[in-house]
Design a protein around this ligand. Structure first.
Ligand SMILES: [Zn+2]
Length: 346
């Protein structure tokens, strides 16, 4: 039986664990491990692990290239970032969140097979432990999704297996992340197979699609890979028939407003953002921060952002929050309780 904190009401579904690491934690861990950083102070480190202007994808890659080696392969750090994310989310009134990560990328050599490094499965256990303790200490519900990576089709099957193995330990679904530039359907076959397997095993599925890539990637995600939710999905609007079909089927779009401008996924005036069309049509979507520390945002800031720039009002924001609860990957009974909890506060 899951109880939800009556003082908290927000739900966040699209939140990368490695994009949410506190800068002072990075600083601390690097010092303890004797790793060199591009700056000698926490404040000096911020510009190296974040971006404050849109469109500079290189800055985003630089941020992850700087922060990942600090955390990767370090048991205490992996547990700590999961724990601290619970605190950060609880502090902004989040009652339930799903955080996602690729366990391979948190092993030191990205295979987890040498020396005393944590294995891929151990990384999952460390994150589970951090989220479990954080949930208890900060009175919040936290679950996780494991990310398969487009550039690494050889990991996808294992990701689905791990989702099954740890389903009673807080892992509630599988995601597909990574780049879609130069995407070819053939190269995607192992991912397609893995997601079909996920569906047959009852593992929930979300897929990054239609962010920078076109609507054909969204179509494949939904039709062949049985995605229940789409990460971003903005370019679904480039194919009106597909958009109408997905809208009718109630496919959920995890919209990340600040991220969509920062990455250049959407290059348009505020008034033309795809999410404004989603809102006008009553499509099923919600708001998330994606990589809050990298994009210098938070779920609370995303709400301010859409009020200021897209003219969203409080009633719409409440609806989007309820959409998030209804699209979450909790087991049905827990999901019902979450939905009722939110309805009781609105
Ligand atoms: Zn994402």
């Amino acid at each position: 039986m899951t109880e939800f904190d009556p003082s908290k009401m927000w739900v966040e579904l699209h939140l990368h664990l490695d994009g949410a690491v506190r800068t002072d934690t990075l600083f601390d861990v690097a010092k303890r491990r004797g790793l060199s950083l591009p700056a000698d102070t926490v404040d000096g480190l911020v510009p190296h692990v974040s971006m404050d202007k849109p469109g500079k994808i290189a800055a985003m890659f630089h941020a992850f290239q700087t922060l990942l080696p600090v955390i990767s392969g370090d048991r205490a750090a992996i547990r700590r970032i999961a724990y601290e994310l619970c605190e950060d989310e609880a502090q902004q009134g989040v009652v339930y969140f799903e955080t996602r990560y690729c366990p391979h990328l948190l092993t030191s050599n990205h295979t987890g097979e040498s020396g005393d490094d944590p294995t891929v499965a151990e990384v999952v256990e460390l994150v589970n432990a951090g989220l479990k303790r954080g949930s208890k200490d900060f009175n919040i519900q936290a679950r996780s999704l494991l990310c398969a990576i487009r550039e690494h089709p050889e990991w996808s099957h294992e990701m689905v297996e791990l989702c099954g193995k740890y389903s009673s330990d807080g892992v509630v679904g599988v995601d597909l992340a990574g780049g879609t530039v130069g995407y070819k359907e053939d190269a995607n076959l192992p991912h397609i197979k893995a997601f079909q397997e996920a569906e047959s095993l009852g593992v929930h599925r979300t897929i990054h699609a239609g962010e920078v890539g076109g609507p054909e990637i969204v179509e494949e995600a939904v039709t062949q890979m049985h995605a229940e939710r789409i990460g971003h999905g903005y370019h679904v609007l480039d194919d009106e028939d597909l958009y109408q079909r997905l809208k009718k089927d109630g496919i959920h779009f995890e919209v990340c407003p600040v991220s969509s401008y920062m990455t250049g996924a959407v290059q348009t005036e505020f008034s033309q953002h795809p999410a404004k069309r989603f809102a006008k049509d009553g499509a099923n979507f919600s708001l998330s921060s994606d990589d809050p520390r990298v994009f210098l945002t938070s779920l609370a800031r995303e709400r301010d952002f859409v009020k200021e720039n897209w003219g969203f009002d409080d009633a719409l924001i409440s609806t989007l929050n309820l959409n998030a609860a209804q699209a979450c990957f909790l087991p049905e009974a827990d999901k019902d309780r979450l939905v009722k909890h939110i309805q009781s506060l609105q």
